[in-house]
Structures are given as structure tokens and as C-alpha cells.
Ligand binder design. Structure first.
Ligand code: C2E
Ligand code: CA
Ligand code: CA
Length: 718
């Protein structure tokens, strides 16, 4: 625009007459005023336009260096913001119309240059072009930013869609509520609902999909992150629309504004179900027993280590139980391994039901389990659990529609008292468990330091016991028995003695159980019987023909298939009267495997031997039941005799046993009689025979005939 506020008009026209005409018409105009410049060629016109002071162009389409529509396009493309009015000859209306379609502002027909029309056309062209240009500029700019937004959105979307997780942004609303501003489509794979179901909703809409028991974990992590404006990472489960749940790993970051306020939380929820499952499968393989699904030893030890550490920190206590099924090997051998396996499974199920979730149980081999009790304040608590477990075995296990009865033996070690490392605790619980077995099975045993020593001694004993026979380290002592009616010694019980070259005399209670377990009881027992029978023959020759000899048979010995033949052979070879051989069996020996036992007892009886029930009263059998067996005598256990003068219950028991036995025509021997008072009382209850330190301790064989010839018995009875 010109300085005087007029419009500068460039006329590109080769014909000077038209220019003069235009100039004449327009120069008279005052408002706006026009200043006309002229170019005769397209070329010079374009050059003039470059000076940028032209407000409007009047363009003749027929120029010496340019023709027709091309002329318009040349100017318009070079200077798109300058309005162009086409000057046409009368016949050029079509061309002019085309130029307008291409963006020309107007056209004027040469020859009819009405001044008013000219002014109006030029003014319109300029103003229309101006607003158009502004509009265009606005559109252009708007278009650009819209495109930029779309592009950015597109970039964001493609980026987000490539992330293998649901990308989200939660924002804090004006109402201070957390809202889901954005969440990517992956959420559909995780929760089953499309992203649109969440976007714009309250965060609780998403939280609702989280498994209730995991929700506190997520909320807690989220709130902490928001409070402190930092990162959080949490694993939890989301309930999918189809009912399944998916494991996810949710990593988020609380973002602050310039003022330091947390305004939103960005994060990604990744589906870790497969990875978790894989990990679980792996863990299952590596850390669990395939048969029972119980943790394996490695995992158990790990948990035990943790429990020990925690107990140390909090000054608490805990317990390790070693539990071993009794006779499991026998079940496996007789019923087969598949049954054995099923029994173990059933046992583990039953044990699990009885334990707390915080306890851990593992199977270490065959029918051997170890249990970690974490919440045990004192030894009684562990003992109560042990009792509960033992009682649980009283009910049969149903295996292939068969009822299987089994029991177990338990050893208990407490931490920190009985050991401060997992190794020692397991070892000590195991040692206590072995003591349980030795002391009769189906019971529990607390660990004690004496057990610690005994298990070492046991190893020593076991190896020297194997050599004891050939080294002739065994000896028989005899303990005489006194007939209360005649006042005479009517027999003696043979009791084995082991004189160890280094350890001295070892009591039978210590080595007989080891001999039983190792099978050494067979040669030892055979030697005892042979020696006792040969001795009896010697006593016969010394004139004590009616004198009886009692021999103890252990359970394992008694159930040995060859026993009857062995006893028969020994009797025959020694040439003694079988009536004078008394075989002592405990109640529990007889009550085991009833059919077989009855048969064995009958065969021994047919041979002419006597049968006595040893330690009577300590088992569960009743005399009435024993009646069905061919037995001759019961020996009242010394535990009853011990307190018979002071404990009315024991007195009642001995009285009942004696009268019942008599009614069944059985002889009664009272063991462990140590005092005159005991003797008197038993005598008053009509006991037949006594055996005990009062009369005689077990004595070496050489002392027996001396004893028999002396009047020891008379002295006692008088
Ligand atoms: P048992 O068959 O009950 O033998 C009686 C035990 O009581 C013997 O112990 C004997 O010394 C002890 N005794 C006898 N009178 C008294 C008394 O007045 N007071 C006290 N406190 N004790 C008394 P011992 O000889 O130590 O034998 C212990 C157990 O070892 C026997 O108990 C028996 O079960 C087993 N045993 C001993 N010898 C043999 C054997 O040759 N073969 C087998 N299989 N077992 C044997
Ligand atoms: Ca005995
Ligand atoms: Ca006894």
C-alpha cells in the first residue's frame, strides 16, 4: 500500500491505449486514490511485483511473452497473495471464467471501463483477497497444528500399541479424585473390557477388577507413591471378564507439577501370568516333592533358616519334628510300592490338615517327614502337636478301598535350645525320632543332650556288636525265682550280659534294640537259647532236674520263620526236658500278627515248652484275650511291683492280675521285688513266684549252684 493510503495498481498490458484509458479513469479518484504502474511484458511484470509494493494486478492475458491462462498462473503462483483482476477482450469470457476458478478475483472487459465499476472491482478484489489471505493463513496455521496434534497422537498410539502392557495415566480431578485419563487397549487382554470402559472413569473402576486379597497391596503402593511423589512397582492379580485371573506387574510413577504437587500417575500394567506360571512350574519342579507336592528338603531348609533367624531376632522359639512311619518298609515290601506311595500321599494330606499354614512340612525319604512348627512358645506346645499327629494315625488310611493302619514315631528338637542351625536341628530331631522307635514306636520323644551322645554311642555299639559274637563277649547271668508256697528256687531267668573290651558291661536294654534292628538278634538269640539249655542240662546232672530255665525271646526273633525249628533243634541237641524251658514273650510281641502268632505258640507248646507273658500290664491286652493263646504264666511287670505297697491303684492292679490269672489257671510271677514289704503284700495276694533283687540279683552261672545249695530262700521267707 502506498504512503498516501492509495492503492498501487500494476497493469500488465502490452497495449498502451488501454493503460492510458485506465489511468484516466482511476487517477481522478480520491478515496481510495490509485497509483498505476505499467509493465508491457510478463517478464517485466513479474520483476515489478518482486518489489512487493503492488496491491493489485490488472492482467491482460495476451502478452508478447505469455499467452492465455498461463499468464494468470505465472503471476498467481509466483505471488499468491496479490489479488489479480483479469482484463479480457469481448470474446474472452470463457477464459476469464477459468481464471476465476483458478483464483483470480474478477474480470473486466476491455472497452467498457466504467469508472465506478473499476473502483468497486479493484476495492473488492483487494479486501476480499486480504480477508481470504487472513482466513487462509488462519486455516493454514490451524491445519498445521491440527495435523501436528494428530501426528503426535498417532505417534503416541503406535508407540503405546507397541508396548506389551497397558500404559495408563491417572490424573487428579478438581474434586481430588483419581481418574483414568488414559489407558491403552492392552487393558482388554488383561481385564477383558475395552479401554473405553475405563477412560474418564474413577480409578476405583479399575481397582474393582483387582482380586480383593491383592487390592490392599496395590492401594498401599499407589498411595505411598502419590504421597512421596515417587515410583512404585507391585504384583497383583486382576480378575478377567471371563472369570480367570491374570497376574500383572504394575509399575507407576507419580508426576509433580512445577509447584511440586502430584498431579498425575503414569505407568504400565504388564501381564505376567505366563511368566508367573512358568516360574511356578519351575519352582514346583525344583522345590517340591513330586509325590506329595510338599516342599522339598531344599525349600524346607530355606524356610527353617528364615524361621531360625526370625526367632533369634524376636527372641522366640520354634520346633522341628522328625516324623517317620512305623514299619513303612514292611508295607512297601508286602503290599508293593504303588500302595506305599498312595499311603504316603494320604499321610501327607492328613498331616497338612492338622498343621497351621505357617508350618512347613517336607518329605525327606520313604515314609520320613520333617515338620517346622513356627509358633511354639514352649516344649509343651510342640508335644501337643506331636500328640495330635500321633492320634490322627489311629484312624485307618483308605487306600484302594482297603483300610490300612499305620503309626508313626516322632522326634522333637526345639530352637534355639536344641540347636541353632537347620542341620543340627534336623539331625537332633531325627536322633530323638530314632529313640522313639527304639522305645516302642507310636510315640514322640523330646531331644535331650543324652540323646545327642547316645546317637554317637549307638554307631560305636552297632559296629562292635557285629564282632561281639565271634569275640565271645557275651555271657549269661541267671536270676533265680522263688516259689512262695514251697520256699524253694524253682528256676532262673537267663539274662544276657555283654562285656565290651573298652566300655565294660553294656546293659541289654541298650544293645538288644540295636541287635533287633540290625538282625543280629538271630545269632545272639540262638546262642542264648543254646547256652541256657546246655546249662540246664548241667544243672540236671547236679541233681536240680525240676529247676526251670527262662529265656527271653524278642519280637523279631519270635516272628522269624525258623524259630520253631531252631527251638526244637536246640532242645533235642541239649537233651533237656522241654517242660523245664520257659520262653518269655512280651505282650506286644504276642499281639502282633495274631494268626501267625497263635500258630507259632501252638507249635512251641506242642513241643512241650512253657510260655510266659513278660512285662505284663504294660501293653494293652487283657487277660481274657490272652486266654485264647496257649500260655502258662504271666509275669507282672516290675513297675507295678515297685509301688505296690504305696500306690493303692498298683495294689488293685496286682490283685486283679493275680486273681484273673488264677481263674484262667495261669501261674503268676512278680518281677522286681526288692523289699520284704512288697513280698508280704504279694504273698497276701496269693502270688505264686517272685523274682527280684530281694531274693537275688542276676548272677554269673558259677554262683547259681552255690546259691541253690545255700539256704538263701529260707532266710528271706522266714
Ligand atoms: P526283662 O526280661 O523284664 O528282665 C528283667 C530285668 O529286670 C533284668 O534286667 C533284671 O536285671 C531286672 N531286675 C530283676 N530284678 C530286679 C529288681 O528287683 N529291681 C530292678 N530294678 N530290676 C530288676 P536286665 O538284665 O538289664 O534286662 C533288661 C531287659 O533286657 C530284659 O527285661 C529283657 O527284656 C532284655 N533281655 C535280657 N536278656 C535277654 C536275652 O537274652 N534275650 C532277649 N531277647 N532279651 C533279653
Ligand atoms: Ca524276662
Ligand atoms: Ca520282665
Amino acid at each position: 500500500m502506498t504512503a498516501n493510503n492509495g492503492l498501487k495498481v500494476l497493469v500488465i498490458e502490452d497495449d498502451p491505449n488501454y493503460f492510458i484509458l485506465l489511468n484516466e479513469r482511476l487517477s481522478q479518484n480520491k478515496d481510495p486514490s490509485f497509483e498505476l504502474v505499467r509493465s508491457k511484458h510478463m517478464q517485466s511484470g513479474l520483476e515489478r511485483l518482486r518489489e512487493s509494493d503492488i496491491d493489485v494486478v490488472l492482467l491482460d492475458l495476451t502478452l508478447p511473452d505469455s499467452e492465455g491462462l498461463n499468464s494468470f498462473v505465472s503471476v498467481h503462483t509466483a505471488f499468491p497473495l496479490v489479488p489479480i483482476i483479469i482484463l479480457t477482450a469481448i470474446n474472452d469470457d470463457d477464459l476469464a471464467a477459468q481464471a476465476i476458478a483458478f483464483g483470480a478475483q474478477d474480470f473486466l472487459t476491455k472497452g467498457s471501463f466504467d469508472r465506478q465499476l473499476l473502483v468497486k472491482s479493484i476495492c473488492y478484489a483487494v479486501s476480499r483477497n486480504k480477508s481470504q489471505a487472513q482466513l487462509q493463513k488462519y486455516y493454514q496455521e490451524n491445519e498445521r497444528s491440527k495435523r501436528a496434534l494428530l501426528e503426535r497422537d498417532e505417534r503416541f498410539r503406535s508407540l503405546v500399541s507397541n508396548i506389551p502392557g497397558a500404559v495408563y495415566r491417572y490424573t487428579l480431578s478438581v474434586a481430588k479424585e483419581w481418574e483414568i485419563d488414559f489407558i491403552s487397549d492392552v487393558i482388554k487382554d488383561i481385564a477383558g473390557y475395552p479401554a473405553d470402559n475405563f477412560i474418564g472413569k474413577n480409578i476405583s473402576d479399575y481397582f474393582e477388577k483387582v482380586l480383593p486379597q491383592d487390592l490392599p497391596l496395590l492401594k498401599d503402593a499407589f498411595e505411598k507413591a502419590v504421597q512421596h511423589g515417587n515410583l512404585f512397582a507391585v504384583d497383583y492379580r486382576v480378575r478377567h471378564m471371563n472369570g480367570d485371573f491374570r497376574w500383572v506387574h504394575d509399575r507407576g510413577r507419580a508426576v509433580r507439577d512445577v509447584a511440586g504437587r502430584v498431579t498425575h500417575v503414569d505407568g504400565v500394567i504388564s501381564d505376567t501370568t505366563e511368566r508367573t506360571k512358568e516360574k511356578e512350574r519351575f519352582n514346583q519342579l525344583v522345590y517340591y516333592d513330586a509325590l506329595t507336592n510338599l516342599p522339598n528338603r531344599e525349600l524346607f531348609v530355606d524356610r527353617l533358616d528364615q524361621a531360625i533367624q526370625q526367632a533369634r531376632r524376636k527372641k522366640e522359639t520354634g520346633a522341628v519334628l522328625a516324623l517317620d512311619l512305623d514299619h513303612f518298609k514292611r508295607i512297601n515290601d508286602t503290599l508293593g510300592h504303588p500302595i506305599g506311595d498312595q499311603l504316603i500321599k494320604a499321610v501327607s494330606v492328613r498331616l497338612l490338615k492338622l498343621l497351621f499354614d505357617s508350618d512347613t512340612i517336607t518329605r525327606i525319604s520313604g515314609g520320613a517327614f520333617i515338620i517346622l512348627l513356627s509358633r511354639v512358645a514352649k516344649s509343651e506346645d510342640a508335644e501337643n502337636v506331636a500328640t495330635k499327629l500321633l492320634t490322627a494315625f489311629k484312624a485307618p488310611f483308605l487306600i484302594n478301598e482297603h483300610e490300612l493302619f499305620t503309626s508313626c514315631s516322632i522326634g522333637i528338637a526345639l530352637f534355639p535350645n536344641d540347636g541353632e542351625t537347620s542341620d543340627i536341628l534336623i539331625k537332633n530331631a531325627d536322633a530323638a525320632m530314632h529313640i522313639s522307635k527304639e522305645r516302642g514306636k507310636d510315640r514322640y520323644q523330646l531331644f535331650s543332650s543324652s540323646i545327642a551322645n547316645s546317637s554317637f554311642e549307638r554307631l560305636v555299639l552297632e559296629s562292635s556288636l557285629r564282632r561281639a559274637m565271634e569275640r565271645k563277649e557275651f555271657q549269661l547271668f541267671y536270676q533265680p525265682q522263688l516259689d512262695l508256697r514251697t520256699g524253694k528256687a524253682i528256676g532262673a531267668e537267663a539274662l544276657i550280659r555283654w562285656k565290651h573290651p573298652d566300655l565294660g558291661f553294656i546293659p541289654p536294654m541298650e544293645f538288644i534294640p540295636i541287635a533287633e534292628e540290625t538282625g543280629l538278634i538271630h545269632p545272639i538269640g540262638e546262642w542264648v537259647l543254646k547256652t541256657a539249655c546246655e546249662q540246664k542240662k548241667l544243672w540236671d546232672r547236679q541233681g536240680f532236674e525240676s529247676f526251670r530255665v527262662s529265656v527271653n525271646l524278642s519280637a523279631r526273633q519270635f516272628h522269624y520263620a525258623n524259630l520253631v525249628d531252631m527251638v526244637g533243634d536246640t532242645i533235642r541237641k541239649s537233651g533237656i526236658d522241654p517242660k523245664c524251658l520257659d520262653l518269655e514273650l512280651t505282650e506286644s510281641t504276642i499281639m502282633d500278627r495274631l494268626e501267625e502268632t497263635t500258630l507259632t505258640l501252638k507249635r512251641l507248646k506242642n513241643m512241650g515248652a512253657r510260655i510266659s507273658i513278660d512285662d505284663f500290664g504294660t501293653g494293652y491286652s487283657s487277660l481274657m484275650y490272652l486266654k485264647t493263646f496257649p500260655i502258662d504264666c504271666v509275669k507282672i511287670d516290675k513297675s507295678f511291683v515297685n509301688d505296690v505297697t504305696t500306690d493303692p491303684d498298683d495294689q488293685a492292679i496286682t490283685h486283679a492280675i493275680i486273681s484273673m490269672a488264677h481263674s484262667l489257671k495261669l501261674e503268676v510271677v512278680a518281677e522286681g521285688v526288692e523289699t520284704k514289704e512288697q513280698l508280704e503284700l504279694l504273698k497276701s495276694q496269693n502270688c505264686d513266684v517272685i523274682q527280684g533283687y530281694l531274693f537275688s540279683k542276676p548272677i554269673p552261672v558259677d554262683d547259681v549252684s552255690t546259691f541253690l545249695l545255700s539256704d538263701a530262700a529260707k532266710k528271706i521267707l522266714s
